[in-house]
Design a protein around this ligand. Structure first.
Ligand code: AMP
Ligand code: MN
Ligand code: MN
Ligand code: MN
Length: 285
């Protein structure tokens, strides 16, 4: 059924969110979420806590992760839903994907120092819950604290993105590896927020969908906190064209930063196959 307040994308302190998994579960429940997944970046360390908290609240839960992938020179995010968080290949693949974040962060700080912003590595680290997961979000919070920008959205307009100070190119996991880790761990792979990628031309976007599908990917986020209604309609069409199921998730990070709260999204259109229909046996009640 497509009319379900599912929220299958958000972040805790285990990656770059500001709430603990238990606080997210409580917020999801209070906001009327009917099926929830925590999808931290490149890390499943919060999964048992999230599942236990959801269970105690009577909130159906799907395990999740959001894997950073490099595809044709762009960073693309692939969400895995219903994965076994203890699957050794998945755990090892994620550890490998996280490796290099610290070196990248030191290079980011060097670039920021070169434009007069000192102490950014140590500053970002203060916001980090999990040292292996130091991310641009943590730098953004520090730049706001330091008075360089008014909010994190301004940070990403002026810094930390391609061509701006503090952007360091990084090689993440390969698309085929990420999809395989998810599938072999019993999960379904989902292209996250597809409208967010700056593909140089429509052919490259088509190639992403085609290769994802060829590797065994099964779904795409259609309704997300980072899609307009026009974008949601466009990716609904693309989901049907590629025979992919549709997912729905706020990408909530923080009560202070996120535009879209947990459970605050429009429903999926009835013409789509919701991803949770592929995952009925993976839902924890
Ligand atoms: P990283 O994995 O270190 O490259 O950090 C990526 C994270 O930065 C994303 O998951 C978002 O939380 C955040 N982010 C990236 N771009 C933007 C943006 N334009 N506006 C707000 N947050 C962003
Ligand atoms: Mn994030
Ligand atoms: Mn993402
Ligand atoms: Mn996300």
């Amino acid at each position: 059924m497509t009319i379900l307040n599912a929220d299958l994308h958000c972040h805790s302190t285990v990656s770059d969110g500001t709430l603990e998994p238990e606080a997210l579960a409580a917020r999801a429940k209070a906001n009327g979420v009917e099926l929830w997944a925590l999808t931290d970046h490149d890390e499943v360390g919060g999964q048992h806590r999230a599942a236990a908290a959801a269970r105690a609240l009577g909130l159906p839960y799907l395990s999740g992760v959001e894997i950073s992938v490099t595809f044709a020179g762009l960073t693309v995010h692939i969400v895995g839903l219903g994965v076994d968080p203890d699957d050794p290949q998945l755990v090892a693949g994620l550890a490998h994907t996280r490796g290099g974040r610290e070196r990248r962060a030191r290079e980011m700080a060097d670039q920021l120092a070169a434009v007069g912003i000192r102490g950014a590595f140590e500053g970002a680290l203060k916001y980090v819950g999990n040292p292996e997961l130091i991310s641009r979000t943590h730098f953004a919070r520090y730049l706001v604290e330091a008075g360089v920008c008014h909010d994190t959205h301004e940070v990403f307009r002026r810094f930390l993105t391609d061509g701006k100070p503090g952007y360091v190119e990084h090689r993440w996991a390969a698309l085929g590896d990420a999809v395989r880790w998810i599938r072999d761990a019993g999960g379904v792979a989902v292209i996250a927020h597809p409208a967010r990628y700056a593909h140089p031309n429509p052919t490259q976007e088509y190639a992403l969908f085609a290769e994802f599908k060829a590797h065994g990917g099964q779904a795409v986020e259609v309704v997300t906190g980072s899609h307009s209604s026009a974008e949601a309609a466009r990716y609904a069409d693309l989901a049907l064209e590629f025979g992919l199921a549709a997912s729905r998730g706020s990408d909530f990070h923080s009560p202070d930063e996120s535009h879209c709260d947990l459970g605050g999204l429009p429903y999926l259109e009835g013409r789509l196959t919701p991803v949770w229909e592929l995952l009925a046996d993976r839902i924890v009640h």
